[in-house]
Design a binder for this molecule. Structure first.
Ligand SMILES: Cc1cc2nc3c(=O)[nH]c(=O)nc-3n(C[C@H](O)[C@H](O)[C@H](O)COP(=O)(O)OP(=O)(O)OC[C@H]3O[C@@H](n4cnc5c(N)ncnc54)[C@H](O)[C@@H]3O)c2cc1C
Length: 285
């Protein structure tokens, strides 16, 4: 499509159906992955579709347009359960990458180390997909099916990420462990959402770990083991056992051995849960 113009979602879906174009948004994954190859003849740039560029409040949750960039997420006024996603947004590459890269591009690239996936899993995110045939919605946990594999048909684009409401007192946190502070692919990362009862005991917990399996994954055994616990219980390391991490299947690579990744994930889970008890928004606007 012509450069430097915006177009409607309907126009974009028609163009995709007619041409089988490759879809891009910020291009921060797409263009580096091309390497020496020439760019495809037909490219659909979804960052030019105005309907996809906003974060909005809906009846039962939040709608994050597919072309929303990481910087927008950092700057948006969102409830405290989004703090983990905001912390992850600040870890994606550098400011330049955060100004170009989108949340949908991150999940569509389906890297095991995609920073957006663990916090979105703890928010029970759903993915909205559209084609000229209509719209469908699937859970993020079913959308990413493997390394660089997603549940997306040739004529579809991701149009939004939908986040159902959580209790108002739900807080969240995200921790990324890398070999340096910035511009780094994680060795392990953990996102946690926690809400408590009147006695400050955990009433609900969602924990997700990235870079420790082909696809980032929730830890249901740990989530149920944490129910009823308070901060003192969690501070005692014995509350988070290796059995709670059974869903993980890390590999050994240049960044770390699988044994180190499991140890790191265990410690990061503890820190992320403790931080979620007292989380304050990293930036609300
Ligand atoms: C220097 C550098 C540092 C980086 N650091 C990090 C990091 O720390 N953490 C991290 O997680 N990532 C990092 N990345 C990867 C990348 O920036 C992010 O994954 C970003 O969110 C991708 O978004 P994008 O809009 O640029 O995606 P694009 O490159 O435009 O697209 C990525 C993939 O998603 C598809 N796609 C995009 N939007 C849609 C849509 N709406 N519907 C269907 N398919 C779509 C494209 O076809 C493509 O396959 C880094 C990249 C670079 C170059």
């Amino acid at each position: 499509m012509a450069y430097n113009v915006s177009y409607t979602l309907a126009e974009a879906l028609g163009f995709l159906s007619d041409t089988g174009a490759r879809v891009i948004a910020g291009g921060t994954d797409f263009f580096p992955a091309l390497g020496e190859q020439a760019a495809p003849a037909e490219i659909l740039d979804v960052s030019r579709i105005s309907e996809l560029k906003t974060i909005s409040r809906e009846d039962t949750g939040w709608r994050i347009g597919a072309a929303v960039r990481w910087t927008q997420i950092v700057q948006a006024h969102l409830p405290s359960c989004f703090d983990g996603l905001k912390l992850a947004a600040r870890e994606v590459g550098s400011w330049q990458i955060q100004n170009s890269g989108t949340i949908a591009g991150n999940i569509c690239n389906a890297s095991p180390a995609a920073d957006g996936v663990p916090p979105l899993l703890t928010l029970n995110a759903q993915v909205e997909l559209a084609s000229i045939e209509g719209t469908r919605i699937i859970p993020l946990a079913e959308f990413i099916t493997g390394v660089r594999r997603i549940e997306l048909r040739d004529n579809e684009i991701v149009t939004a990420i939908l986040i159902p409401d959580l209790p108002q007192n739900a807080h969240s946190h995200f921790i990324k462990l890398g070999s340096r502070k910035h511009l780094v692919i994680s060795i392990a990362m953990v996102s946690a959402v926690v809400w408590t009862d009147a006695d400050q005991r955990i009433e609900g917990a969602r924990i997700a770990v990235g870079s420790c399996s082909a696809v980032a994954t929730r830890l249901p055994n740990l989530e149920s083991a944490l129910l009823g616990k308070n901060t003192r219980d969690i501070s005692d390391n014995s509350q988070i056992w290796s059995e709670h991490l059974a869903a993980l299947s890390p590999i050994s690579d240049v960044r770390g051995s699988k044994e180190f990744r499991i140890d790191a994930a265990q410690e990061l889970c503890k820190r992320a849960v403790l931080a979620s008890f007292k989380s304050e928004s990293p930036n609300n606007g």
